[in-house]
Ligand binder design. Structure first.
Ligand code: ARG
Ligand code: ZN
Length: 476
């Protein structure tokens, strides 16, 4: 970009500028970028390094909301680095990079950038061990004008999208840098600490406290890494195919508690159904956490978190199907950019239709038709573009509902065989990594052998209610 601007100054100036830039690039290591270049969230993630593992070892006291401990990050430099950023908002006591003290400072703009300058510059491809020691009260920490950490009467929840890690561990906070995790949290004996993956063990090392050690062995995005502390009822069993199945219920759910259990306890059955649609379940464990401390649900990897209100009027397996579909679409295959959110929410919403069909409560075509018919042409649903909704509309109904209709339109166009081959191939090709909408369109065209740009342009990237059915028939 800068080079092109300078080229406009003329041949002589260009020559000089190029020489200077080349000399700079080879001689001096540069600061890592403060973001990965995501247009919706300029400070999300960082440049210059790639994380392979987080080891998070904390103590949490619900009475005071004091969170303290150490996160150790294993990473690799992807360029020569004079400094690099971590995304983190809590108060830091010390940072070591490869066992040498580093200097550090928080960006004063409260954007969650922690700038770390190692004692010695880092070389491209060098292995990094970054040890960050910290202590703070996360509920008082404001980043970009808000607080994602949710204090509850008996604990706290680290559950939010697109960001929650900055309130409890330092990270490269963007879905394009996934890693494995060990999450170890010591809490008072009267509460539990839930996180992702497998409960390796609980240990006691001092009176009144228990340490919960969780492990996630598949690449996991930062926002899908979760912590719930509270007086949960915790149940541990095994799925029919032998995976740990761990669920937790907030007793404060009261009258909704049984409906919550009648839904979440069916997760292995629902995942088995989803596997018939999308291919094998991608992770080593399953589960779910129900809490009164949030009013949405999040597809935390291996262990979604549900607001208790989802179960207010009885069982709700639709939301279980939704969050578990994200295990394939969102968790195994992650977003390349947050603007690609349709790849998560459109697919998880469509899977609610698939599950309904399986349960005999209406076929996907019927449900899609109902949503289509109940939103007249002047409805706001048709004014938001699911393929690029903007950060403010990232979780707008259009992304979910119009997004699901997009998949029904695709299915109608290419037929069932091609449709499910596209979904399964997509997961098989990208699981463990990230991908973008245009790649999905290309795959759909390749598998179906049909040109589909127009269909996707209409459904994802054009305002207005799309026409459906041949010759204006208006049916899917
Ligand atoms: N991915 C979640 C879902 O499946 C949505 C999370 C919305 N985030 C929020 N802070 N409300 O529905
Ligand atoms: Zn969703």
């Amino acid at each position: 970009m800068r080079l092109r601007t300078r080229a406009g100054l003329g041949a002589v100036a260009t020559g000089i500028a190029t020489t200077l830039l080349t000399a700079t690039a080879s001689a001096a290591p540069a600061a890592g970028a403060s973001g990965v270049g995501d247009p919706y969230y300029p400070y999300a993630g960082n440049g210059g390094y790639d994380v392979s593992h987080y080891d998070i070892r904390l103590t949490y006291q619900p009475a005071t909301d004091l969170l303290s401990g150490t996160t150790t990050i294993l990473a690799k430099a992807t360029q020569d680095l004079s400094s690099f950023d971590l995304d983190f908002g809590l108060h830091v006591n010390s940072v070591l990079v490869n066992n040498v003290p580093a200097t550090f400072h928080a960006d004063p703009n409260e954007n969650g950038e922690l700038v770390v300058t190692p004692g010695k510059a880092l070389n491209k491809n060098q292995s990094l061990t970054v040890v960050v020691n910290y202590a703070d009260t996360p509920s008082k920490v404001v980043i970009d004008g808000y607080t994602a950490w949710k204090k509850t009467p008996d604990g706290a929840l680290a559950v939010d999208e697109p960001q929650n890690s900055q309130w409890w561990f330092p990270a490269n906070d963007h879905p394009t840098d996934k890693a494995t995790y060990d999450v170890s949290v010591e809490v008072p004996d009267n509460v539990s600490a839930l996180s992702n993956g497998t409960l390796v063990r609980t240990t006691k090392q001092r009176p009144g406290w228990t340490r919960w050690n969780w492990r996630s062995t598949q690449p996991q995005a930062t926002y899908l890494t979760t912590l719930e502390v509270g007086a949960f009822e915790v149940n541990q069993s095994t799925t029919p195919d032998g995976k740990p199945f761990i669920t937790a219920y907030d007793p404060a759910a009261g009258e909704s508690l049984d409906a919550a259990k009648a839904s979440v306890e069916r997760t292995p059955e629902i995942d088995a159904f989803l596997a018939t649609q999308f291919g094998p379940y991608p992770f080593e464990a399953q589960g779910g956490v129900v809490s009164t401390g949030l009013n949405f649900a999040l597809e935390a990897q291996t262990r979604p978190v549900y607001g208790a209100a989802f179960f207010r009027s009885g069982s709700n397996t639709s939301v279980i199907a939704h969050e578990n579909t994200h295990q394939w679409f969102g968790d195994a295959v992650s977003l390349g950019r947050w603007s690609d959110i349709w790849l998560n929410e459109g697919f998880a919403s469509y899977a609610e239709y698939l599950w309904s069909g399986h349960e005999g409560e209406g076929t996907p075509a019927e449900l899609a038709q109902y949503v289509y018919d109940s939103h007249p042409a002047n409805d706001a649903l048709w004014q938001v573009l699911p393929g690029d909704p903007g950060a403010a509309n990232q979780f707008d109904d259009a992304v979910y509902d119009r997004g699901a209709l997009t998949l029904q339109a695709l299915r109608t166009e290419v037929g069932d065989d091609a449709f499910f081959t596209i979904l399964r191939t997509w997961v098989a090709q990208h699981k463990g990594g990230d991908a973008r909408i245009q790649q999905f369109i290309a795959l759909a065209e390749q598998i179906s052998g049909k040109p589909l740009q127009d269909l996707f342009t209409t459904w994802l990237f054009t305002k207005g209610k799309p026409a459906i059915g041949p010759n204006g028939a208006s049916t899917f």
